[in-house]
Design a protein around this ligand. Sequence first.
Ligand code: BYC
Length: 482
Amino acid sequence: MPDGINIDYDGLIPNNVDLAGDARVRKALETWHPGYIDWWKDMGPEGFQESLVYLRTAIGVDPKGWAKFDYVKMPDYKWGILLAPKVEGRTIPFGKHKGEPAWQEVPGEYRAMLRRLITVQGDTEPASVEQQRHLGATAPSLYDLRNLFQVNVEEGRHLWAMVYLLHKYFGNDGREEAEELLARRSGHQDTPRMLGAFNEATPDWLSFFMFTFFTDRDGKMQLEALAQSGFDPLSRTCRFMLTEEAHHMFVGDSGVQRVVERTVEAMRDADITDPHDIAAIRALGVIDLPTIQKKINLHFSLTLDLFGNEISTNAANAFNAGIKGRYREDKLEDDHALLDATYPVLRHVSGQFVTEEVPALSALNLRLRNDYVQDCISGVTRWNRVIEKAGIGFKLALPHVAFNRAIGEFAGIHTDIDGNILDEAVWQAARDGMLPNDDDAAYITSLMVPVTENGKFAGWIAPPKMGIDNKPGDFEYVQIVA
Ligand code: BYC
C-alpha cells in the first residue's frame, strides 16, 4: 500500500494513489493506456522511438529526492500518477468556503467548472508534445535532444495526471473527456487543441526555447493557481507537476541565454559592434539580437492570450467557489475573499488606454498575468546581462501587453511593441519589423542542422555551463538507434 511518498511500481501504471486497491479506476486507466501509447507513437517525437535517452523518471514525491536518471526507450518510459503527499487538516484557502475542510470528492455544484478547468489543463500537455514533434531531426546537440525528450515525456505524464482526475472523479463524462484529449490535434483545422497558442507551430529550436521560457511559464502560473484549489486531489496533483515544470523553464531560460551568448561571442570575435548590422552578423552563422527580440515579441504575446480575458466572470466564479486561487494565495495577506476589493485594469476605451479600478474578483486573470510578467522580466534581465558584459549596445525587452493580442481588451486593435496604437495599413507595413518574417524564418531554418556527435554543439548556440545529472561535457545523452 503506497504511503503517499513512495510509489507502487508493481502494476502497469506506477502510482502513489493506491490504484491496486481501486479496481474501477485501474481498469479505466489500463483501458486508456493503449490509446495513449498509439497517440505517443503517432504524435510524439518523430523518429528516436528506439533510441536510448538518458531520462529522469519520478520514483517518489519527496522534494529531497524524487527522480532517478537512466537510459530509457521513450515508449517504455514509466508514465506514473503522482500526487504530492496529503496535508492533514488542509482547509479551503480562499473564496466563500474559506476555512472549511478541503474537498476530497468533487462538490456537486462545481462539477462542471472543475471538469472544464481540468480538461483545459490536460489539453495543453499533449498539444505541446505535438507542436515539438519534428524538432528531434534538427537538434543542436545530444544534450539539447535529451532535454527536448525529457520535456516531452513529462508533458505526457502531465496528461496522465489530468486523465487520472477525470477517470477517478468524473465518471462517464470524465472518460469521454479523456478520450477526446487523445483525439484533438495541435493545429488541426477540424479538431484543434483548445487554447490558441497550442495550435501554433514550433518550427525551430529558438522557438522551442522561447516556448519553454514563455509558455511553460504560463503553465507554472496556472498550476500554481490550481495548486491552491480547495479540491484537494487537484491541488496535490498540481503541486507535484510544478516540481517537474521547473526543469522545462530552465531549458527555455538557459536555451535562449546560450543563443545570446554565442551571438555576442561571434560578434566580438569578428569585431562587429553594431547589433543592427544583420547581414554581417548572419554571415557568422549566429542569430542576430533583433531577430531574437522578434521571437520574444511573438511568444510573449501569444502566451499572454492564455490568461484569458482581463475581466472574467469565469475567473471570479472559480475563485469564489474555492476552485482556482491566486499565485501564492497562501502567502498573501488579505481576506482571501476579495468581495470589497478592487484591482487596476488597463483597458482600451475609444482609442485610448485607460486604467480603471474594477472588482478584484473579476480581474483575477489579469492579476495572474501581471505576476507572470514579473516572472518573465527576471529572465530577460539575465539575458541582457550577457549582452551588457560583451559591451554591445542592445537591450532585449518584453513588448507592450497590447501588442499582437487575440484575446481580451486589446484583441480588436493593433499596436507597435511600445503600445502605440496603429491603424491597419501601418500595422501591415510595420509587422515584418516586429514579428519574425519569412526571411527570418528562412535564415533560422538554414541554421537548423543536426549535431549528433558527443559533446559537440551547433555553431549558433553556446554549450551549457553544466551537464544534466552532473555528467561530463562529452556524455552520450542519447544513444541514437535509427
Ligand atoms: N484560446 O472568461 P474567459 C500549460 C475562452 S499552459 C481560446 O476570459 P477564463 C503548458 C475561455 O475558455 C496552462 N479560448 O476565460 C504550457 C472561455 O470559453 P467558454 C494551461 C480562450 O475561463 C506549456 C471564453 O474564452 N492551463 O500548462 O477566465 C507546455 C471566455 O474567457 C482563450 C490553464 O490554462 C484562449 N487563449 O480563462 C505544456 C488552466 N482564453 O468556457 C503545458 C486552466 C479564453 O466560455 N484554464 N478562452 O466556452 C483556465 O484557467 C482558463 O480556462 C483560462 C481562460 C485561463 C485558459
